[in-house]
Design a protein around this ligand. Structure first.
Ligand SMILES: [Zn+2]
Length: 408
């Protein structure tokens, strides 16, 4: 099969290359773009002129001279367009508007019954309308929407084929959202894959090609970066480690099986275990009751220092480490990133995971492996939803982008 590009594709690719260089490295001079991309200075000049005309980039003063005239520096125009990013989880959704420079301009956090997809779509639609009005942004300048959703997501069709946590089967989420958002295109990705995208762009996985991101939340999933790309398997469903078996006769999982990893180590399971092991006296000292115990309490003194909580964290870390060691032996990653709400259990959890993984994996495989807690500020899946949409915007056909920007 012939995979070469014709001159039109080549032109679009070169344009993407220049845009990306300015987005990631700006402020940057034309000659630096040429040097870094390998394009000729005249090609760069032509593309830069088009991008300036389309308002995608702007000139921001002069750089240092290397003998001749001081070069003009170029930077992305962060408010040339906007992105809507959504993270859905059982019982809650976060909806945010970003500029092109990864800044969150406005954000809504909604807690509601997510069992019905129509309610989720309505909540996103309403939040979008409130946010654009508050921020005084033209809705037409919001060019794309990215969504991070739990479950088996077909990212090509935007259908959530199954989410046992949300109780959804075959929900055409992207079509429903596009309709509610007045035609804004929507891409949906699995929450752990989205988080892995964010890690790759902004987090510890930057510049790494073999990474596993573990999203430790109510559900548990893995986003796998293999050879630099997200590994999805046949249908994009890879990484469902929340449903690997870890305990015979264990607790019932939302998927219908017993003893799944997330039924044993998911956020709800951990809170239930904490409620069962923390003695009344300890709870009284902290002014808590069993019913209102939260993850925050477990990471705050004095509860965090109690032997019961420390024991629970070690035990959880050991089980998580056991599952990760299987992944490590299987995939030979250079980095495993722990993210999601439970990663807030911090260093004690990470230490327990490390000890288990290093005890269970082959020496040659673990010698170049690091295991770290995500350092992304805020929600990695939300950032991932943003990256997903941003990639689409920057891959838009030239004239579609131009038209959208010119007719706000
Ligand atoms: Zn399960």
């Amino acid at each position: 099969m012939w995979l070469g590009s014709n001159s039109k594709d080549l032109k679009v690719n070169n344009r993407l290359l220049v845009r990306d260089m300015i987005r990631k490295r700006g402020p940057i001079a034309r000659y630096e773009i040429a040097r870094e991309t390998g394009l000729t200075p005249s090609t760069v000049s032509v593309i830069v002129a088009e991008l300036l005309e389309n308002n995608v980039i702007k000139e921001v003063g002069h750089g240092e001279s290397s003998g001749g005239r001081r070069p003009i520096l170029l930077e992305l125009n962060p408010t040339a367009a906007y992105v809507l990013a959504v993270r859905i989880q059982r019982g809650e959704a976060v909806i945010a508007i970003f500029d092109l420079n990864q800044e969150i301009l406005g954000e809504r956090y909604c807690q509601f019954n997510t069992d019905l997809p129509e309610q989720v779509v309505e909540a996103v639609g309403q939040s979008f309308e409130e946010l654009v009005s508050e921020l005084k942004i033209s809705p037409q300048k919001v060019l794309w929407c990215g969504v991070a959703s739990p479950g088996l997501v077909s990212s090509h069709t935007g259908v959530v084929e199954r989410s046992s946590n949300l109780g959804w089967i075959n929900i055409p989420l992207s079509t429903m959202l596009t309709e509610r958002l007045g035609g804004i295109p929507v891409n949906v990705e699995n929450i752990s894959n989205a988080a892995a995208l964010a890690e790759k762009e902004y987090g510890l996985a930057r510049g790494r090609d073999h990474v596993v991101f573990i999203n430790l939340s109510v559900g548990i999933g893995a986003g796998i970066v293999a050879g630099g790309d997200i590994y999805g398997g046949l249908k994009g469903f890879a990484g469902e480690i929340g449903h690997v078996h870890v305990l015979d006769d264990g607790p019932l999982c939302t998927c219908g099986q017993r003893g799944c990893f997330e039924a044993v180590c998911g956020l709800r399971a951990i809170l239930e275990k904490a409620k069962a092991v923390i003695p009344d006296e300890t709870l009284q000292v902290c002014g808590k009751t069993r019913d209102n115990l939260t993850l925050n309490d477990l990471i705050t003194k004095p509860l965090a220092d109690s032997p019961e909580v420390q024991g629970l964290i070690s035990e959880t870390g050991r089980t998580i480490g056991m599952v990760i060691s299987n992944l490590v032996n299987l995939l030979n990653p250079e980095l495993v990133v722990l993210g999601g709400e439970l990663s807030r259990l911090g260093q004690p959890l990470c230490d327990a995971v490390r000890a288990e993984v290093y005890g269970r994996t082959l020496e040659e495989i673990q010698s170049n492996l690091s295991i770290e807690i995500s350092d992304i500020k805020g929600s990695a899946p939300l950032m991932g939803a943003y990256v997903l949409a941003l990639e689409q915007i920057f891959a838009l056909e030239e004239w579609g982008f131009h038209k959208s920007l010119r007719n706000p």
